[in-house]
Ligand binder design. Structure first.
Ligand SMILES: Cc1cc2nc3c(=O)[nH]c(=O)nc-3n(C[C@H](O)[C@H](O)[C@H](O)COP(=O)(O)OP(=O)(O)OC[C@H]3O[C@@H](n4cnc5c(N)ncnc54)[C@H](O)[C@@H]3O)c2cc1C
Length: 337
């Protein structure tokens, strides 16, 4: 598509049981930043079955307009149905930017749609901006094993597409109902349907892993253990501190690679991106790949016996000491208070 014919910032909101997923709210924050800087509208796209509530939520959390495609073929995610629908919408409205979440479905859908539209896609971005010189989106993501951050532009093709890691942006504030226009004025219903015979996959069974219960991305407090805990049994120290604070347990890759804890707990470039109010790093050195997943936390506390550990450079509070002594003292103090 010709860049001069395209305008507006689009985000795709994924849904669950008819409501927007938290990753969708986060995209509203990312999209708002781009829309305000480029002086364009922020448009949320909701594709699903019985998802009017998700469209309303998108409006409440900052979308100027919502495009809604509702149909039984979208009840369960399939690449064919969603790629067909999203491609048709983009071809009709010609947005300048299209953001998707770097979730399993977003990572599947993004490249398929980009290929059909013959445009570029920057995957797994950790920040976004508008390039002051060209006005293009500047997509930033880790490159070369996370040793440097690359900023990528897509100057010649539209829409400029990218997937954004969940947890990088925060949910925007909710607008009061009184300031909202009537749903009919901001929701556009699109009657796009995909022939069932064009959907080549069938969902046979859904298995809910216990791991899904570990909601690290939404946790307000995270206590993470690194190689410095010494042995897998010592994760009990981390768990106890997390339980005392009402938080979740995270881990560095060193612990995951050693088989001390499952990958669902891993935080960092190849794990989860988190932005809790409080992140306590215990026995974690602060490698760049770990920082990539937690440096957006409001407050970072580091416990490390090496005063020169790089984690202290990003920490708001640092405790130099043996975590096996410091953590029990902390727990005692917290319980007494
Ligand atoms: C492509 C790529 C992707 C990666 N992705 C990730 C990722 O997603 N997440 C991630 O975490 N890493 C990732 N890594 C690995 C990363 O580079 C580091 O190797 C890893 O983060 C180190 O983990 P650590 O801090 O637990 O261990 P170490 O670096 O070994 O640090 C252990 C720390 O514990 C301290 N310590 C030791 N004993 C104690 C004690 N008793 N009390 C207090 N402190 C103590 C030490 O002083 C040290 O600072 C990736 C690497 C690559 C190449």
């Amino acid at each position: 598509m010709n860049p001069t014919e395209c305008k507006n910032v689009w985000i795709l909101i994924e849904t669950e049981h008819g409501c927007a997923k938290s990753s969708g709210y986060e995209l509203l924050s990312a999209g708002r930043l781009l829309a305000d800087k480029s002086g364009e509208e922020l448009v949320a796209v909701v594709i699903g079955s019985r998802v009017t509530e998700a469209a309303m939520q998108a409006g409440r959390y900052g979308a100027d307009r919502v495009i809604l495609a509702d149909g039984p073929e979208y009840e369960i995610y399939s690449t064919d149905a969603f790629a067909g629908c999203l491609t048709a919408l983009v071809e009709k409205y010609r947005p300048s930017v299209l953001l998707l979440s770097a979730t399993n479905n977003g990572r599947d859908l993004g490249p398929r749609v980009a290929c059909r539209l013959k445009t570029g896609l920057t995957a797994d971005c950790t920040s976004l901006d508008i390039d002051g010189e060209s006005g293009n989106v500047a997509w930033t993501r880790p490159a070369f094993g996370g040793n440097l951050m690359a900023t990528i532009l897509c100057p010649d093709h539209r829409p400029q597409m990218g997937t954004i890691r969940p947890g990088v942006y925060k949910k925007p504030p909710e607008r009061p109902d009184t300031s909202l226009p009537s749903p009919d004025s901001f929701i556009i219903r699109e009657d796009i349907h995909i022939d069932m015979c064009k959907i080549h996959t069938k969902l046979v069974e859904q298995i809910h892993e216990a791991a899904q219960a570990i909601n690290l991305s939404g946790a307000q407090i995270i206590v993470s253990g690194g190689r410095g805990i010494g042995k897998p049994e010592n994760f009990s120290y981390i768990q106890e501190l997390a339980d005392t604070l009402g938080g979740a347990v995270g881990a560095s890759r060193a612990c995951v690679d050693a088989g001390w804890i499952s990958h669902t707990h891993q935080i960092g470039q190849t794990g989860k991106t988190v932005a809790p109010k409080l992140y306590i790093a215990c026995g974690i050195s602060g490698a760049i790949q770990h920082l990539a997943g937690m440096s957006g936390s409001d407050y970072i506390v580091a416990i490390n016996k090496d005063p020169d550990a790089p984690i202290f450079e990003v920490a708001d509070y640092g405790i130099v000491g043996d975590l096996l002594e410091v953590i029990p003292e902390l727990i005692k103090d917290l319980i007494e208070k």
